[in-house]
Ligand binder design. Structure first.
Ligand code: GUN
Length: 293
């Protein structure tokens, strides 16, 4: 079994990005600039955004963090989005989700100029990805395809089971794995909370991508010997032995599945670090105006 080291892979990609940025700047080009809007004080979001800002520093990007309290109005937030859309210095930006309940995430996502949508959440980017056009691809699926490529994992003609159908992981992951390219060319099955025969479907899979947010859902009896296991789960479970009071738990029962598979991503240290790294890749593309304009 090979442990897929997302932390090391992300670190080397960030070094590659930093080298390219210095080259751009030394030739008189512009340093890429990522802005992030964070509304409220959700613990998970605070950590994600902090790590995004740190990753910007590692890559040599300029970053701007705009923080607002969770009682702001939707109208006010839409105005902030508009300001960033029109700010020529900002190459790309994100609005960290989830947003407070009184604000429509859909409205806000759609208000972001798709040319600056480095999260790849805008319907134009989602649609372009579905038909194989250049676009910003959402960070987690992009990070997973990078891991498959960097570990030379064969995907062509393989049966790939995706557990979960979220807009930011399951659905785009399915699109990417079925596309006519490498990694891709898979026969894809998407399973979700209303699917039947989940165990049987998983047992036939050459590649399982688990993204349903149910800790330890994938057990050894669901895994074909030699399968590739990608664990996207990051559920916080209480753990009094940790300073933070919690630990991150994947969707895969790692200890029993690891012995049976050919490749596996750990949690933490697998897909997680790749997600932020993919946002950095998209920001570099935005800085270079490589996709739009
Ligand atoms: N919340 C959880 N994941 C993400 C992400 O990738 N982008 C944004 N904007 N919010 C998130």
């Amino acid at each position: 079994m090979t442990l897929i080291d997302g932390k090391a892979t992300a670190a080397s990609i960030k070094k590659e990005i930093a080298a390219e940025v210095e080259q751009i700047v030394s030739r008189g080009g512009k340093r890429p600039h990522l802005a992030a809007i964070l509304v409220g004080h959700d613990g998970g979001s605070e950590t994600y955004v902090k790590n995004k800002v740190l990753a910007c520093e590692e890559c040599g990007f300029t970053s701007t963090l705009l923080r607002f309290e969770d009682d702001i109005t939707e109208e006010f937030l839409l105005k902030q989005v508009e300001k960033l859309n029109n700010d020529p210095d900002v190459d790309g930006f994100i609005v960290q989700l989830p947003l407070p309940k009184h604000i429509s995430e859909q409205k806000v996502t759609m208000a972001i100029d798709y040319r600056k949508d480095v999260d790849g959440f805008h319907p134009i980017n989602v649609g372009r990805m579905a038909i194989g056009l250049p676009c910003y691809i959402s960070a987690t699926p992009l990070g997973i395809t990078d891991l498959l490529a960097r570990y030379n994992i064969e995907t062509k003609g393989k049966k790939c089971v995706i557990l979960g159908r979220s807009n930011i992981v399951g659905k785009p992951m399915a699109q990417l794995m079925m596309q006519k390219r490498t990694p891709g060319d898979c026969t894809v099955t998407v399973l979700h909370s209303h699917s039947q025969n989940i165990k049987e479907e998983c047992r036939q899979a050459d590649i399982i991508i688990a993204a349903m947010g149910v800790p330890n859902f994938v057990t050894a009896d669901m895994v074909k010997p030699g399968a590739v296991i990608i664990d996207v789960g990051t559920t916080r479970v209480p753990d009094s032995s940790r300073k933070s009071g919690f630990r991150l738990n994947g969707d895969v029962k790692f200890d029993e599945v690891a012995d049976k598979c050919s490749f596996i991503t750990p949690v933490p240290g697998g897909v997680g670090p790749m997600t932020i790294c993919s946002l950095m890749k998209n920001t570099l593309l935005a800085g270079k105006k490589a996709i739009y304009e």
